[in-house]
Design a binder for this molecule. Sequence first.
Ligand code: ADP
Length: 571
Amino acid sequence: MSSLPRPSIWRARSVLLAALLGLTLVLAAMLAYEAHDAARSHRATAERALRDYAAVAAFELAAGVTDDLDRVVLPLITPLTGTRAVTAYERLPAPSAITAPADSALHCGNAPSDAPRVTFRLDFRDGSFLAAGTPLSSAERDGIADTIAAHARGVYQSDWRYAAIRTRIGGSDHIVFYSVKYAEQLAPIAAFGFTACADALDAPAFAAAMRRHALLPSALVGAMANDSLLVVDVFDAAGRKLYSTDVPAGVPSPYVGEVALARFGGVRARASLRPRAVEALALGAMPRSRLPLLLALLALTAGMATVAVLQLRREHELARLRSDFISSVSHELRTPLAQILLFAETLSLGRVRSESERRGASDVIVQEGRRLMHLVENILHFSRAERRMTRLAPEPAALAPIVRETIDAWSPLAVAAEVAVRAELDEDVAALVDARALRQMLLNLLDNAVKYGPPGQSVLVTLSSASRDTARITVDDEGEGIPTAERERIWTSFYRLERHADSSVAGSGIGLFVVRELAGLHGGRAWVETAPSGGARFVIELRLAHFESGLEYPTPHVRRHPPVNGHPPDA
Ligand code: ADP
């Protein structure tokens, strides 16, 4: 038997192992959290960057449209308003000084003839409004004058070089470009401007800007067209859609940026990235969440730690059981050994006074020797069963003689315990059995009946054929019986009922395990029920052999194991 570690060392080892496992679990949890946190912040950074790119795209679009307009508008207007007036009373040039804007440059390709090309001057000092170019009705003149006066007063910023507003002239939308001329102290003295068709700040203007300007850094997106990278929508101040990319190339992503062009009447440009742009800008697909993987890893670590702790506990329990087993077996072996020694000494010292005393002493020695042999056989069976090396030599045999012989050999022990044994045996029952194993099973049950039954009880052993195919042996005692809940557990090794575990009745908890193991190897079964007396009835069922019928004997379930290291397993 291998040596067992001392309990204190055991406990220290278990605590150390449990602590290490706990630490592993905590570390795994921390690592999982850190990895998750890193992935989350990586994702958040990437998302922030993508939203910034969308904002940059919207800004670039606004800047592109502004650039396009600046290129046409500034040369017309800056000569008149680009410098401050020396005095507030300066004479101002006529509006015709603004050369008429080129339609093509302002994208009036759709309806050039509809666009009244008017240049105007609104003098803030006396309120006079002068217009040149296509004649206007007085209502139209007043409308333009009022619109410009209100806008210049309320919206126009002194650092703007010009502004554009959408207004209706002659029943259709127009864009009015104008610039304020300041005198010293930023005193506004007049506004110079001209009208253009609505296209100047409508879909064509934005479509042209989309074509002409790269809205995302070409170092990242290469030569891909804006349309395939972005969904762009432009709204006027009232929320009306002025322009929208209508390329149905994929769904827009949630990465959206928006820019308002205050100088152009609050027009808003909104850009959202398409998945292709997300891929190009995030240098590959957006990092996927690793949370499920991390959780699985954590669960696996927790599972492994749990299994290890359970294994540890099991090992601990086994070690305890083994140590209990060793002490109870030694205890069981000691009693017959002490008796043998006592009577052997009596004989060897010649202390017997008569022939009958001498016979009595040698009977005790034989009896206790048998008992010892039975205990040792049990241990051997148990250890073979544990190593799955039990081998049986079954032969067809009548069972009654074997049972009777076993009871007879055991009866002196029964007499010593004041137990009466009754046997009701059907002489015709025969089965394929290993007689030695059957004896061992019976002796275990008889021993238990005496150990756990009251003195003076009577034990009944029966042998019958329960059905056409089964022989049944029962052993009834008049003890307290086995509680229903324990009727399965008592067959497991080392298990003893609580009321017996701490009692003076010696036992090691392997007897019933051996009974069931041997019954199973015979292709039979063993169980316990309640005897009519209220005590325990242990039942062994074996497969019957039919001698008379000439049938083949049923082959019992015999475990055969290959020789170990070339040697046959011990018999
Ligand atoms: P052991 O008798 O050496 O303890 P066994 O495996 O033979 O081991 O029995 C297991 C346990 O089942 C016993 O410890 C006892 O608690 C209970 N037991 C067995 N036989 C009887 C019986 N005839 N009556 C009451 N309890 C029994």
